[in-house]
Design a protein around this ligand. Structure first.
Ligand code: ACO
Length: 209
């Protein structure tokens, strides 16, 4: 067993509705595929370039192998692959990856939320719950994230939960068909006053159910 996995987080209530975060499941196939296919234009500019075409990579039949690779990373303790639910319905993913323990106790975090579910605080709430989980039950010390300078919405989400900018990574990641610069942001456990969720609640961005 690895600290913090598996876990169900939330709910936390934001203007879009009630947000929960839970481990991905094999039976997410149809919701995952439908959402990913419907949201291609919304997602593709910000995501790692894939080898196969979008339609093939996001067919229902692509979920079981993807799910089992996520699950085996989770079993190894190197990843926490979560689904995000809005009012009980699958609407995106929150992934903690490259978990390294020992004297580093660090990981990256990333997320996506369907366009229809967006604009109402869902990503902010999911990220806040994910961070509190990383710093609490998962016992991590530092979480980082990378974001394209052009991705204003995601930078707003990262700012909402208190990430601090550390630098600009030149030609860092193959995204949308080219090597793209990314901003590196990070947070260590001591920088959080209480919990990230409490900060959101105190500032009026979220509430407990
Ligand atoms: N310009 C500036 N700010 C914007 C824009 C824009 N075009 N669009 C939205 N925003 C702001 C909103 O005002 C809001 O900020 P606020 O809370 O300070 O008002 C914020 O962006 C959105 O916050 P949420 O409602 O919590 O986020 P949402 O649920 O809409 O999800 C997300 C945002 C995750 C970026 C979603 O649009 C998405 O999945 N996009 C495509 C994939 C992606 O970019 N993923 C992130 C990659 S980077 C990473 O994972 C670290």
């Amino acid at each position: 067993a690895h600290p913090g996995w598996p876990a169900k987080l939330g709910p936390l209530v934001v203007s879009a509705g009630s947000v929960t975060v839970r481990p991905v499941r094999l039976r997410d196939a149809s919701a995952w595929s439908r959402t990913r296919l419907d949201n291609r234009a919304h997602l593709e500019p910000w995501e790692p370039t894939g080898e196969a075409p979008w339609e093939i990579r996001h067919a229902m039949s692509s979920w079981p192998p993807l799910y089992s690779s996520l699950r085996s990373e989770a079993r190894r303790g190197t990843m926490m692959p979560f689904a995000i639910e809005l009012d009980g319905a699958f609407c995106g993913q929150l992934t903690v990856g490259n978990i390294v323990r020992g004297a580093l106790r660090s990981a990256w975090i990333g997320y996506w939320v369907a366009r229809d579910a967006g604009g109402g605080g869902v990503a902010t709430a999911a990220l806040a719950m994910g961070l509190d989980h990383c710093f609490g039950p998962a016992k991590l010390h530092r979480i980082e994230a990378t974001v394209r300078p052009e991705n204003q919405a995601s930078q707003a989400v990262l700012r909402n939960v208190g990430f601090r900018q550390e630098g600009l990574l030149k030609r860092y990641l193959d995204v949308d068909g080219a090597w793209r610069d990314h901003l590196l942001v990070a947070m260590t456990v001591g920088e959080v006053p209480g919990t990230v969720c409490d900060v959101l609640v105190r500032s009026g961005r979220a509430s407990w159910p």
